[in-house]
Design a protein around this ligand. Structure first.
Ligand code: F6P
Length: 544
């Protein structure tokens, strides 16, 4: 059944019409405790959602909708290891990747009759042993020199998580080592990444769940060629490659020793894999202990999500605010604004998590839907964004739902920078919520003809997420918060948040087109007239 056919959806629509014209200024004036009341805390994160355009009634109705849509049951199925990815008939058990090494019956997570928790820990131990060797300088390259450069080659979930986590946790990383991430099939990505690296000190981590992704394999072949040129023979090259994959057969076919492969499982989706062996580069950068602290952060949020009542539950609340903004208030985009430079790749990471998971237009049963699903997600760290696109947030015609993310303590002590940074975060959410009325502007003596230009409507909703400091633990908890929020939203929309069929058509067409670009003789083109003309023009100009 479509959620939009449920009486709870209609009730929310009626409720929306009643409070459509109400302003956040009024809500805060009516209730001096609103700021504390609409907040919740867990796993080291404080979520303030009081600047959302909601009342107690809104929250009650949203919870009713979520219950009617079976969010609780679906979440139980997720944790049980049911095949919640229905179109691919797979479990989505990323929560098992951070389950503690427990032997108790209630700590078992069973897939097809097998407790997967020991498998997870065996692989973590494998990663830890390897990472320690590399970090200690004991993993030697072909010339006998220590490996000090790590280049992760992967794309999508095999890149965005690792690069985001490396940047986020750079403070904790081994500063004597260099980490690079190559994803794009654009040759520039590889060429620039290795330009200043010595091959005999470089380790390539070829990261691909399927080990069939064309971009990754092309870059892996380029890396092998680059190594061969510098190091001479194939045997030498083998010391410079490891693989992370679920596909041992293809890894071996590529020429990487099965002993140098780190595995994971088909119940880990690419965009949910940064805490699996896909995080090998992260572990080499920050060490096994910090990596485990990150997993503990994920797990703390998992447990909170699993056990806390929905109205005190961060992922639930975050998801309900997203549904309210997206489906009732009409927000078309969602901005993630971390006031933390180390989180500069966090919006890019979330783009895949949110849009690949929930960018769907049919229900789990294949029925067409008549409501919006995932918003377009974008973002930049503050305060940089303030000097670029915030103008639109404050005075544009679009309605954008914002998430502000900040930390009470900085990792980079520098004068009063951190107070200034956080002052800006607090100021922005306040300005967006309350604005500045034309009366206030006029009172300041602004000339009549400029009053409209200098008025801020306000009433722009936002969440603020605060944690004490950016640590592996707080990062893990934050990512898990978003993972579960995405899940709750998908459950309400009744879609499969774990497949990604939408990426397939472009892949197939690119394969066919690549063959047409490759040949020397003019191919017979049977695309539409636009694509045919573009291909001809490309071939002609390339030849010149
Ligand atoms: O094309 C999309 C996708 O399948 C993502 O879902 C995935 O994260 C990415 O490609 C990379 O896939 P792989 O890890 O199998 O190379």
């Amino acid at each position: 059944m479509l959620p939009s056919e449920r009486p709870q959806w209609s009730a929310l629509l009626r409720h929306f019409r009643q409070l459509e014209s109400r302003h956040l200024r009024e809500y805060f004036a009516e209730d001096p405790h609103r700021g504390q009341r609409f907040s919740a805390e867990a796993a080291g994160w404080y979520l303030d959602y009081s600047k959302q355009r909601i009342t107690d009634e809104t929250l009650r109705l949203l919870l009713e909708l979520a219950h009617a849509c079976g969010v609780r049951e679906r979440s139980a199925a997720l944790f049980r290891g049911d095949k919640v990815n229905v179109t691919e008939q797979r479990a989505a058990l990323h929560i098992a990747l951070r389950a503690p090494r427990g032997d108790h019956i209630d700590e078992r997570i069973v897939v097809d009759g097998r407790n997967v928790v020991p498998d997870v820990h065996a692989e973590l131990d494998h990663m830890a042993a390897f990472s320690s060797l590399v970090r200690a300088g004991e993993w030697k390259g072909a010339s006998g020199k220590r490996v000090r450069n790590v280049v992760n080659i992967g794309i999508g979930g095999s890149d965005l998580g690792p690069v985001m986590a490396y940047e986020a946790l750079r403070y904790y990383s081994d500063r004597d080592m260099t980490f690079r991430f190559v994803s794009n099939i654009d040759g520039t990505d590889f060429v620039e990444a290795v330009r200043d690296l010595a091959a005999d000190e470089t380790l390539f981590v070829i990261c691909s769940k399927t080990f069939t992704t064309s971009e990754t394999l092309a870059n892996a072949r380029a890396a092998r060629q680059w190594c061969l040129q510098a190091l001479g023979d194939r045997a030498a090259v083998s010391k410079h490659f490891v693989a992370v994959s679920t596909n041992a057969e293809e890894v071996v076919k590529f020429g990487i020793d099965a002993d140098n492969m780190f595995g994971f499982w088909d119940w880990v989706g690419g965009r949910y894999s940064m805490d699996s062996a896909v995080g090998l580069s992260t572990m080499i950068a920050i060490g096994a202990e910090n990596f485990r602290a990150m997993l503990a952060g994920f797990h703390a949020m998992d447990e909170h999500f699993r056990t806390a009542p929905p109205d005190r539950n961060l992922p639930w609340l975050h998801a309900l605010m997203a549904i309210w903004n997206n489906n009732f208030l009409g927000a078309s985009t969602s901005a993630v604004l971390p006031y933390e430079q180390y989180l500069k790749r966090f919006p890019a990471y979330l783009q895949q998590l949110v849009m690949e998971s929930n960018g769907k237009r049919v229900t789990v049963d294949g029925a067409a839907i008549d409501y919006h699903t995932a918003p377009v997600l974008w973002g930049e760290p503050g305060t940089n964004g303030q000097h670029s696109f915030y103008q639109l947030l404050h005075q544009g015609t679009r309605f954008v739902a914002c998430d502000f993310i900040g930390f009470c303590r900085s990792l980079s002590l520098l004068g009063d920078h951190h107070d200034l940074l956080m002052a800006n975060l607090f100021a922005q959410s306040e300005a967006l919520a309350f604005g500045k009325s034309s009366a206030e502007v006029a009172e300041e003596g602004v000339p009549d003809e400029l009053v409209a230009h200098r008025t801020f409507e306000g009433n722009q909703p936002s969440n603020t997420m605060l944690s004490e400091s950016l640590t592996p633990h707080s990062l893990g908890a934050l990512v898990a918060l978003y993972e579960h929020s995405v899940f709750v939203q998908g459950a309400i929309w009744n879609i499969d948040s774990f497949d990604q069929w939408g990426v397939e058509l472009g892949k197939a067409l690119a394969k066919r087109t690549a063959a047409e670009l490759a040949g020397g003789s003019e191919p017979e083109l049977t695309h539409d007239s636009s694509t045919n003309a573009l291909i001809r023009r490309y071939r002609a100009q390339r030849a010149r």
